[in-house]
Structure formats: structure tokens, C-alpha cells
Design a protein around this ligand. Sequence first.
Ligand code: NAD
Length: 282
Amino acid sequence: MPESLLCGLIGTGIGKSLTPAMHEREGAEHGLTYQYRIIDLDSRGLTVEDLPRLVSTAADLGFRGLNITHPCKQRVISTLDGLSEDAARLGAVNTVLFADGRAVGHNTDWSGFDRNFGRGLPGADIGEVVQLGAGGAGAAVAYAMARRGAGRLTLVDADPLRAQQLRDSLSVMFPDVDIVSAGLDRLAAVLDTATGLVHATPIGMVEHPGSAVPEALLHPRMWVAEVVYRPAETELLAAASRVGCRTLSGTGMAVFQAADAFEIFTGRIADADRMIAHMSAL
Ligand code: NAD
């Protein structure tokens, strides 16, 4: 009889998430009976305050694991028995594994970005990286960039306090990386000498069209990595391609964070290429 697994995703506004399809399809490819449920707080009239009850109910019902998304990635931590080292350092959890009577939190947002970056932009110069956006996704990708050993990492956000706070927490963790924050008014200056740009604001999503970076500030000496994944080619990536930059879409990060979570849930190696092909076809 095939191994049977039940997992789920908790968050808000996740009714159209492609995550269940990605997990279930990859599970089927491994011969697993794998069911993946959406637990959308909004549509159930629930809030983050219901999270402790939802997590313990999932454990009681025999869920193997949960993915956790906005706005629950920090709040879930107090409901868990332990954290992976990276999740503890990031202070954010997007994957919970129930095993041996314990609930342990992991973070595959940073590792998903990191794997996608290594695969999609091999040999990229990370000597002088500018990152626009220091919110939830921004914290994970900046952590990945610092962990990779960026020379200088400049964090820019429309909300200067967010950029400063992320800078402060990462600087403690990565004292060997020169991490600075800068206001939006300095974007042109810092991009002028940048070897790479990571975009981690919501601008460019279907719901927030446009680009947060004027095309005139891009130059072919920089690569451009995107976090937004719907659409796969944002206005920023289209402009970067026109200018002659190496580019990386956010689709791979979305797939690799799911692939890493799949591996935590199942103990099996996910076929990331197969998952990318599947996601592209959805
Ligand atoms: P968030 O709201 O937590 O953070 C967004 C940050 O961007 C905020 O700090 C905000 O001040 C800043 N910002 C907004 N507009 C700006 C602008 N024009 N210039 C500079 N800064 C600006 O959002 P989030 O959860 O970090 O999500 C950001 C994007 O990342 C979303 O599009 C989300 O879909 C995407 N995302 C992708 C993946 C993936 O796997 N590819 C994973 C998580 C999030």
C-alpha cells in the first residue's frame, strides 16, 4: 500500500494558491497518496489568533506537516516545540513538520531563493548587491544573500525604518558582510555601482502592475533577480532583459521553496525541474 500523507497551507488570501497542485503532483510522481489542503483563514472566518488551535488540531488529525504563509509566519513560532537553525535566526517559519510528537518549524523561503539563485544565475557577482524591499520576502532573500557571502548588501525600502531594522538584525548575524540601508532617494546612486539587484517589493504583481525601478537605472553590468512570480515576467524583468542584464524570475523561488518543503514533509528528494515544468503548465 502506498505511503499516505496529509499536509496543508495556512494563511489568508490563499484560495488560488498553486502550492497544493505542486505538492500533490510531485507526491504522485513518488508513488505517494498525498493530499494537500488549503486552510484559508479569511474564508473560514478565522484570524491569526486561531493559529495555536489550528496547528494542534492538524497534529491531532495526523497531518504530516503545514506550510505557513502571510500573516502567520512569525505568530506560528510560539505554537511550536522547536525550530531549525535558519528559521530561528530569521524569526519566521513557513514549514512545520509534525514528527515524533513534536512540531518543528523550518524556513524554505530563504533556501528556495538561494537554490533558485545558484541554479539560475551561476557565477553571479555578489560583490555589490542592492535589494529593494525589506518586508517578509525581503527578509528571507536578504538572509540568503548575506549567507551566500555578498560583499556589500544595500537594503532600500519605501519605509526606511523597515530597511534599517532588517539591516540591524542581519548585521548581527553576518558581521563579515557589509550591510547598509539607504533611502529611496539614493537608489540611483547605489545602483550605479551595483553588480546585482534583488527586487522584493509587491510592485509588478498582477494586482500591483508597474516597476519599482525605472529602466534608466538598470545597466548590463548588473544581474536582476525577481521575487514576484505572478506574472513570471514582470515589467522589471522585461526592462532588464532589454538593457542586457542577466535575469532570474521569481517562479523558481516559489517552486524551490515548495520543493524544499516537500523534502521536509516526505523525506524524499523532489525533482525541481519536474516541479518547475508542472508549475509553468498550471
Ligand atoms: P511585504 O508587504 O511584507 O513587504 C513589501 C515591502 O516592500 C514593504 O516593506 C514595503 O514598504 C516595500 N515597498 C512597497 N513598494 C515599494 C516601492 N515602490 N519601493 C520600495 N519599497 C517598496 O510583502 P512580502 O510578503 O515581502 O511580498 C513581496 C512580494 O514577494 C510579493 O509580490 C509576494 O508575492 C512575493 N513573494 C514571492 C515569493 C516566491 O516564492 N517567489 C515568496 C514570498 C513572497
